[in-house]
Design a protein around this ligand. Structure first.
Ligand code: IVH
Length: 660
């Protein structure tokens, strides 16, 4: 592929994952995969400097924060880290450091890389006054109230004289706290969190700090904002941190040679599964602060530090069976049942086999020893099979030709590897649809977790998502483990859900191709359910991000007799979802805007905001241009704008103008 195309494809992908990461709390890809994309882009940009855009994601750390928290600004920015993936990479990093410093040896601070969410804490006169998430590195969300609820964050520093410092570190869950919290959630019928990292991010970004207070988070400190005076090394800094009242990682080590660093790596890999928290690698930093100054920074990461990520852990175990599961969309997925095995810190008993083609390609059969992998957030998967030496093996696996749950017909759409159950009243599909309807990103119904959805469908009380709104109190309390209090709370939560926004309603319907983002965009456009239900494919395709396939999927959903009956039943149950004005208003209606120079936020994001506020965005200055938004390092465009008497504003003024 031509480098230009590859760069633009990579840029678009990385932006998409950045958005997911910073705004949605869910990531479709693992950190490893993300780093691989980022590294490829860095490489291509290095090889082809003329193709590098000043708004490339390699120049930024992520995307702008949500509008619901106030914004904090990080000075210096909260950077990310470059990566090494092997001993050779690390030795090359070391060689570069010693050669640039023109020394024979250096000291490193080597620290486990905690897999949580980074946080900046500002102390004035020793008192915690502000806490901010990293956000895009420059601007993050102000989560002070939430940070105050975390017990390992000192509210006041333990020091004789008043101190003004900024401390940075990681918020995370100790594994035992995470498990305890999940057990508690399941006990009250709430769905458990999938993994500690997502749970951390979700817990820290609660608008209601009482919710955060109920989540047993921890904080470990590892960096500062500006270097505090009177300290020369990371080692000094860690000692001070402890005196001030912070928790520092007991596994941090000072190494005096690169061999020591690799030895620490080997030890950490071994110790990983038994550590009290999840780590995804280790961070290697120059110990001396003055040496750091000498080595300096790149735009997104310091050159004096790097991270050495672990490989996804693989473990061998026996495949005891293959079960076929039916998802919300009817998709059939073969799932491996395994002898329990610890992989990457959790006990795995199931792993996905994706689809029939994959099972055949990997030649996986019941009774085989298989390798199982779990990388970060992703679902465990069977990587490969190691057939027994004696050659005696189970049968070749074949997908069933009817739905394993409802025995209805299955179809394989043209060009797809997946099989689907097409019976809309298949119990498995209803169960999963209901779970999805109640999930946090959709209607967010407290108390309606996976177990209860299963109970309701299995008992035949619910045949579609709309049925939960016609349950009566007596039926409900007759269910096992359903006391009066739980039933009352559930009714309250169901009542509350009737007032949900159109975008949540739409997400909850689970229309193929319509996730959270598409729901938000579509809802913002059509504002109410009636307009959306009547929208033609053409009108739908006009919405940003909605292509012809999704448009026809939406249209089909609202015209299909079965699915439209569900919508009508929901309306009868009291739903009248509308979208409040979530856009930035029409403050820039009639304006034609040009952006120039380096902006703090990704340029694409700035353009989107401008368009949402009603402006037209163009690339060149003409007589029609009304506003020039100038970032840093502006050139000829500024001169031209001044000559034409066009209004020039800073990025900050621009942001201000759309958030009035
Ligand atoms: S130092 C300039 N130290 O890794 C130094 N980061 O990719 C930047 N992280 O966002 C951070 N443990 O969330 C540092 N001991 C540690 C860390 C650590 C985890 C995370 C942090 C940061 C990311 C960098």
């Amino acid at each position: 592929m031509k480098p230009f195309r590859e760069i633009s494809n990579l840029t678009a992908l990385i932006r998409k994952y950045n958005r997911q990461y910073y705004t949605g709390n869910v990531s479709e890809i693992s950190d490893e995969e993300y780093d691989a994309l980022m590294n490829r882009l860095l490489f291509l940009e290095r090889e082809n400097p003329e193709l590098r855009n000043d708004d490339s994601p390699t120049a930024r750390v992520g995307s702008a924060p949500l509008s619901s928290f106030s914004t904090v600004t990080h000075d210096p920015p909260m950077l990310s880290l470059s990566n090494v993936f092997s001993r050779e990479d690390f030795f090359a990093f070391h060689a570069r450091i010693v050669s640039e410093l023109e020394v024979d040896h250096v000291e490193y601070s080597v620290e486990p890389k905690l897999d949580g969410v980074s946080l900046s804490l500002v102390y004035e006169n020793s008192v915690l006054v502000r806490a901010g998430t990293r956000g895009d590195g420059v601007r993050g969300e102000n989560v002070t109230e939430n940070a105050r609820t975390i017990r390992s964050i000192p509210l006041k520093l333990n020091s004789d004289k008043p101190l003004n410092v900024e401390i940075r570190g990681e918020v995370f869950f100790m594994m035992k706290n995470f498990r305890k919290m999940n057990r508690k959630r399941e006990g009250v019928g709430e769905s458990p969190f999938a993994n500690p990292r997502n749970a951390t991010s979700g817990s820290l970004r609660q608008l209601d700090s009482a919710v955060t207070a109920g989540r047993p988070l921890s904080f470990i400190a590892y960096a500062t904002g500006p270097y505090p005076p009177g300290m020369e090394t990371q080692e000094d800094f860690f000692k001070k941190l402890q005196l001030w009242g912070f928790m520092v990682n007991p596994h941090n080590r000072i190494c005096t040679s690169p061999e020591q660093v690799t030895a620490v790596y080997d030890n950490l890999v071994k110790a990983r599964a038994d550590l009290p928290m999840e780590i995804d690698g280790m961070v290697i930093k120059l110990n001396s602060f003055s040496r750091r100054e000498e080595v300096g920074f790149l735009s997104r990461a310091p050159r004096w530090a790097t991270s050495w990520k672990f490989h996804a852990e693989e473990m061998a175990t026996t495949l005891i069976g293959i079960e076929v599961q039916v998802g919300r969309t009817g998709r059939l997925t073969p799932v491996a049942r395994l002898e329990p095995v610890r992989v990457g810190g959790v006990v795995v008993t199931n792993a996905t086999l994706h689809n029939q083609d994959e099972v055949i390609r990997k030649d996986v059969r019941v009774g085989d020893i298989v390798l199982v992998r779990r990388a970060g957030d992703v679902i465990p998967e069977v990587v490969t099979s190691l057939p027994p030496e004696d050659g005696i093996r189970g049968e070749v696996f074949r997908m069933p030709d009817e739905c394993p749950v409802c025995n209805g017909p299955v179809v394989q759409p043209e060009g797809e590897v997946n099989l689907y159950c097409i019976n809309p009243s298949c119990e498995a599909r209803i169960r999963k649809s209901l779970e999805h309807w109640a999930s946090r990103k959709a209607l967010d119904i407290e108390g309606l977790g996976r177990k209860l959805c299963e109970q309701l469908v299995d008992a035949g009380m619910v045949r579609s998502i709309a049925d939960i709104y016609s349950l009566n109190y007596h039926e409900l309390t007759a269910l096992e483990r359903m006391g009066e209090l739980r039933a009352t709370n559930l009714f309250a939560a169901l009542g509350k859900s009737r007032k949900s926004s159109l975008s949540r309603f739409l997400t909850g319907l689970g229309i193929p191709g319509v996730g959270e983002v598409a729901s938000r965009d579509t809802a913002a456009e059509f504002k109410n359910l009636e307009a959306l239900g009547n929208a033609t494919e053409e009108e739908l395709t006009a919405v940003k991000g909605i292509g012809p396939i999704t448009a026809s999927s939406i249209r089909r959903f609202f015209t299909n007799p079965v699915t439209s009956a569900v919508v009508n039943q929901l309306i009868k149950a009291g739903f009248c979802p509308i979208e409040e004005n979530t856009d930035r208003g029409t403050f820039l209606e009639g304006e034609t805007i040009v952006f120039t120079g380096t902006l703090v936020m990704p340029r694409q994001k700035a353009k989107q905001l401008a368009m949402k506020a009603g402006a037209k965005v163009t690339g060149t200055i003409t007589g029609k241009t009304t506003i020039l938004v100038a970032g840093e390092n502006v050139g000829s465009k500024l001169k031209k704008a001044e000559k034409l008497g066009i209004r020039v504003v800073s990025e900050e003024e621009f942001l201000h103008s759309i958030s009035r």
